[in-house]
Write a protein that binds this ligand. Structure first.
Ligand SMILES: NC(=O)c1ccc[n+]([C@@H]2O[C@H](COP(=O)([O-])OP(=O)(O)OC[C@H]3O[C@@H](n4cnc5c(N)ncnc54)[C@H](OP(=O)(O)O)[C@@H]3O)[C@@H](O)[C@H]2O)c1
Length: 285
């Protein structure tokens, strides 16, 4: 295995918090940069900080503005962080001849496709967060040929507020809960993504965009019921339609991402979401 110097921006976020120790444990020298260390929307900050890392071999961007509903009223800010920031980082990487890994989302799609989404399917975001993330993908592609964009989804991790924590909190007071059942996707643990990135650094695929998620698929109601069952909570989930739980940002109905492109490149299938959930719960609750 090659041990290399890697800079991670947004290092204290949900994904960054798992990715940093995972890469360190894999033997890499990690420069964990929080927003206070390196603001990705500020080209001077990016240049000053990254110029200070002599042997830099990879930049991994975990920085983002991920409050999906808030993005509806703060689209300018979302576009700056999710759209322009990744472009600034990618431009820096191109100048230095180093590759960038960037994360995007299934929210770049409108969710109307009947089957799983492939990487080259037509994008058509239906909310401000999705538009800002699509802008980020395009900025990275345009600025730096050596890029890997991983679209991930339904992410949860110990460091963030996440769906599992919300459900377990509700289980303290509720015995019955209405949860949306008409949005499809795959819950994916930050640790699963982090392990996959270790593999990526050792088996770098052709530059481009890839879908990366746990195996299997589900809907939020089934996910919630599985969380309660795994955690031994006596809560019954009643499936409802999205329209019965309106939120500021529309969500795509079908967000299931095909991972065939990575499998075809020789990558192993990632573990099933149900197995990952059990692992997460055994470590965190
Ligand atoms: N969460 C999900 O369900 C999900 C789903 C699909 C894709 N993704 C993508 O996965 C990646 C990681 O998401 P996450 O859930 O780990 O996000 P997160 O927990 O919100 O973390 C994002 C980090 O970025 C930092 N940040 C914000 N603005 C910044 C700036 N201008 N410069 C540098 N850092 C900045 C934040 O710092 P502060 O907190 O101090 O602002 C935070 O530490 C993102 O690209 C996200 O779009 C997430």
């Amino acid at each position: 295995m090659n041990t290399v110097d890697i800079a991670i921006t947004g290092a204290t976020g949900m994904l960054g918090s798992d990715l940093v120790p995972t890469l360190e444990n894999a033997g890499h020298k990690v420069w964990a940069l929080a927003e206070a260390d390196c603001d990705i929307t500020n080209a001077d900050s990016v240049t000053r900080v990254l110029d200070g890392i002599t042997n830099l071999k990879w930049v991994i961007n975990c920085a983002a503005y991920t409050a999906v509903d808030e993005c509806e009223t703060k689209e300018e800010l979302a576009t700056r962080i999710n759209g322009e920031g990744p472009g600034i980082l990618a431009k820096y990487c191109a100048k230095r001849g180093i590759p960038i890994i960037h994360f995007s989302t299934d929210y770049v799609f409108d969710g109307t496709k009947e089957e799983m989404y492939n990487e080259d399917d037509k994008t058509n975001p239906i909310n401000a967060y999705g538009r800002s993330k699509l802008a980020g993908e395009n900025a990275v592609k345009k600025a730096c040929e050596k890029h890997l964009i991983f679209r991930i989804q339904w992410l949860y991790g110990a460091a963030g507020p996440n769906f599992i924590k919300t459900m377990l909190k509700l289980a303290e007071t509720k015995r019955q809960l209405n949860v949306i059942s008409d949005q499809l996707g795959t819950p994916t643990w930050t640790q699963t993504v982090s392990n996959a990135i270790v593999y990526v650094l050792n088996h770098t695929p052709t530059w481009g965009t890839y879908h990366l998620r746990a195996s299997g698929q589900t809907n939020w109601a089934e996910f919630a019921q599985t969380i309660f069952d795994c955690a031994g909570k006596q809560v019954r989930v009643l499936p409802i339609a999205s329209e019965e739980y309106p939120r500021p940002a529309k969500r795509p109905k079908n967000g299931v991402l095909s991972t065939y492109k990575l499998l075809k490149a020789g990558y192993p299938q990632l573990p099933h979401w149900h197995y990952c959930l059990e692992q997460y719960l055994s470590k965190n609750h």
